[in-house]
Ligand binder design. Structure first.
Ligand SMILES: Cc1cc2nc3c(=O)[nH]c(=O)nc-3n(C[C@H](O)[C@H](O)[C@H](O)COP(=O)(O)O)c2cc1C
Length: 195
């Protein structure tokens, strides 16, 4: 059976702040969800062979990306959870996004069509950072937005918990409010895709 919402958990931590936020989004959406822990999976980064430009398929078949790709394509709701690591998304998330090259080539080929292809669902980013600086989530937001567009997902935005060194996400009313709002929008999107 296909899961409605897939959480891609890009945190290496057992008590993850970003995964907590992602699950809040899924909970607020009110649909069944499952999580895939990226740190326990092998995800090789794209090697830029560009074989996918000829075949539409990735030649790397000795890791977990094939199974993950299928789950990503099947899930109508996608939530990426990631800590900030050196100002960006964590390494497995970036590796996974690099492997969306076949999807990007298909997305790019469809650009400029008069009749846009319908969206394949919705996506959101749940991100946590230890510091508290203006614009600190901007690199992560932009990278995730590119991935979501590639996957033809409506981008529902970012739930972001800053200053986790001082304030745990479960006490961060701003971040929790963002998660609730995104979850509500996700519910509306998934309701609209029913049937
Ligand atoms: C290797 C590493 C790099 C980090 N880089 C940043 C950073 O650039 N900016 C920041 O605000 N926090 C940074 N942090 C702190 C984490 O983003 C923070 O602890 C976050 O809440 C962890 O989220 P998680 O529990 O979901 O993994 C870094 C932590 C680690 C381990």
């Amino acid at each position: 059976m296909t899961t409605d919402i897939l959480v891609l958990n890009g945190s290496p931590r057992r008590e993850s702040e970003s995964a907590f936020l992602a699950e809040r989004i899924a909970g607020a959406a009110g649909y069944a969800f499952e999580s895939a822990a990226l740190y326990t999976r092998r995800i090789r980064p794209c090697t830029a062979c560009l074989a996918c430009a000829e075949t539409g398929r990735c030649v790397l078949d000795d890791d977990d990306m094939g199974a993950l790709r299928r789950r990503i394509h099947e899930a109508r709701g996608l939530i990426v959870a990631s800590p900030l690591h050196f100002t960006s998304l964590s390494a497995p998330v970036v590796a996974l996004f690099s492997r969306l090259e076949p999807d990007w080539l298909a997305y790019n080929a469809s650009a400029g069509r008069t009749a846009p292809r319908p969206h394949a669902g919705a996506a959101a980013l749940a991100v946590a950072g230890g510091s508290d600086r203006r614009g600190m989530f901007e690199p992560a937001r932009r990278v995730a937005a590119a991935a979501f567009a590639t996957l033809r997902r409506v981008n529902l935005g970012v739930a972001a918990a800053a200053n986790t060194e001082a304030v745990a996400v479960r006490e961060n009313r701003i971040a929790l409010g963002q998660a609730e709002r995104i979850g509500g929008a996700l519910r509306i999107t998934l309701d609209g895709m029913r049937g």
